[in-house]
Design a protein around this ligand. Structure first.
Ligand SMILES: Cc1cc2nc3c(=O)[nH]c(=O)nc-3n(C[C@H](O)[C@H](O)[C@H](O)COP(=O)(O)OP(=O)(O)OC[C@H]3O[C@@H](n4cnc5c(N)ncnc54)[C@H](O)[C@@H]3O)c2cc1C
Ligand code: FES
Length: 260
């Protein structure tokens, strides 16, 4: 059931370059949200900006607060950055289709590029609860862009970090890191979950060995309503147009031809 409800900011702290971790108290949403779902957030009172901004739910903390991980890139996110503890924020959510864990995979591989780790951190929390085996490949530009994830208290995670310039972890992209690890892993019964820049996701979809296994990707698009009504967020799928906010944002890779 989608709620349009006011939440309270319980924390808003910088965690990396232009990247913030926000905690929101809103049990009505946190108790029903599943990994991969998102919120439309009204970032200011009044009409400017008019449109709410979409953000993935990045986890739930030990007090039941919603966690958001957001990058400051424009007007809306700059306003979010300045929210103080105790301020109120209107949320619409939880929205969209999340990750599907129903396939009986024994091995889960998470691949996140930059801020794309946000929805995957929530998925990690669920996998930990299920005591599932998983491996998380994270890629960033440089060491200073690496987002610390201590806050999520992931005890069972096997995390591999790459940076483009090699200033931390493996030198190269997280896909190169994945491929360098490939032959060490039995992928037959694996499921892959990915979120990141379009180029990274296209490269992932083009890895020949992955065609036969389950790959779910979380996509972004500019959004207006977030509810499937305006068709502002459509992308071209293999069999026609898809609304990212309604049929997604998580899609099985077989539905997607190319990510723009
Ligand atoms: C389902 C979904 C989940 C998301 N989850 C997260 C998240 O967890 N953390 C996070 O930091 N961001 C996330 N985003 C992206 C986030 O919604 C945008 O960064 C935000 O709306 C930007 O608002 P703004 O007002 O700051 O920027 P604007 O002023 O609106 O835009 C600034 C610039 O960024 C570009 N831009 C804005 N939004 C997008 C977008 N979605 N894709 C590509 N370019 C864009 C604009 O074209 C413009 O050039 C998500 C988007 C979607 C659709
Ligand atoms: S944002 Fe309106 S249909 Fe997706």
């Amino acid at each position: 059931m989608i709620k349009d409800i006011q939440s309270t900011v319980v924390k808003n702290i910088p965690v990396s370059v232009d990247t913030y971790l926000m905690g929101l108290n809103c049990p009505e949403i946190s108790e029903i949200a599943i990994p991969g779902q998102f919120l439309m957030i009204k970032v200011a009172d009044g009409l400017d900006p008019l449109l709410r901004r979409p953000y993935s739910i990045s986890g739930i903390d030990q007090d039941g607060n919603i966690l958001l991980l957001f990058k400051v890139i424009g007007k809306g996110s700059s306003l979010l950055k300045n929210k103080d503890r105790g301020e109120k924020l209107w949320l619409l959510g939880p929205l969209g289709r999340g990750f599907d864990l129903s396939e009986r995979s024994k091995k889960h591989i998470l691949i996140g590029g930059g801020i794309g780790i946000a929805p995957l951190l929530f998925l990690s929390q669920l996998l930990e609860k299920k005591e599932a085996e998983y491996r998380f490949f994270m890629g960033f530009k440089t060491k200073k862009d690496v987002i610390p994830i201590d806050f999520w208290k992931l005890n069972k995670a096997h995390i591999d970090i790459s940076t483009d310039d090699g200033s931390m972890g493996f030198k190269g992209s997280c896909l190169q890191l994945l491929l360098s690890t490939f032959n060490k892993m039995d992928l037959e019964d694996a499921s892959i979950y990915a979120c990141g820049p379009p180029q990274m996701l296209n490269d992932l979809l083009n890895i020949p060995g992955l065609k036969s296994i389950s790959v779910q990707i979380s996509l972004e698009s500019r959004m207006a309503c977030g509810l499937g009504a305006c068709r502002g967020c459509v992308i071209k799928g293999k069999d026609g147009y898809l609304r990212v906010c309604k049929e997604g944002p998580v899609f099985p890779s077989k539905m997607i031809a190319r990510i723009e």
